[in-house]
Ligand binder design. Sequence first.
Ligand code: VAH
Length: 317
Amino acid sequence: KVLITGGLGQLGVGLAKLLRKRFGNSNVILSDIRKPSTQVFHSGPFIYSDILDYKNLREIVVNNRITWLVHYSALLSAVGEANVPLARAVNITGLHNILDIAAEHGLRLFVPSTIGAFGPTSPRNPTPDLCIQRPRTIYGVSKVHAELMGEYYHHRYGLDFRCLRYPGIISADSQPGGGTTDYAVAIFHDAIKSGKFECNLKPDTRLPMMYIDDCLRATLEIMEAPADQLSMRTYNINAMSFTPEELATEIRKQLPDFEISYNLDQVRQAIADSWPMNFDDNNARNDWGWKHDYDLPELVTTMLNYIGSESRIARAN
Ligand code: VAH
């Protein structure tokens, strides 16, 4: 049985759908500290879980005979900089609770890391799996800590810890969680709604990005990979890298009148300038056969079609 923490964020509902298809509806429990929508609530098991409440978490793991845990609870880059004490509590103390319970109950544990786990002194183009990691956000610091602690618990206690460094994730039917790559989701909604978009990053800001279906499939694949295939605990996974102006050009191939303007968000720009521009994911491709399906043209077509059809349905109703 799988428990997904932070399940109501950008990725949890989609992951639950994928895992429920694979393992059966009742074997995948979504959890969060917020109330689920009616649709989510009726789509499968949902329970309250606060990763800062060790006893609450232990009870859930024992009462539901959890065997796998996907830990999605975290404050992302920009929201973390706006509330460092909370980010430290959730991303570090919360992680410690998860590690202890996973080790105590022999869980298979997946914790996502991120391009944000690298900093300005890391090689940026490309960024390999193993290199200097001195991130400049509490989010990045907490994710390097998660990688190191997961690896330590694996070697010291035999914890089956698995971790993927996600690029910026682009999704059509869920909102991103207050990060630095969020522009690349909002641009599609505005392109459909108004044909215009005001971008909060510079036109030439290159960042690794991935369509959500690739991200969720990679997560299932690493969770199911035979342990002897994994030469590492933490892997970069890559799909594409693009800049706002490259994304706008690709959108204009389908919406010729689309216009982009720029209004810098200094905090997000400084974070983006410290992150990788391209990700090297050769270890993931060699060890467990990772390969992405969506490149930039497929991403744009998929996002515009999905959001476009949604808005046509909304107008019709
Ligand atoms: C953020 N979307 O921008 C998240 C993610 C790799 C980026 O961690 O913080």
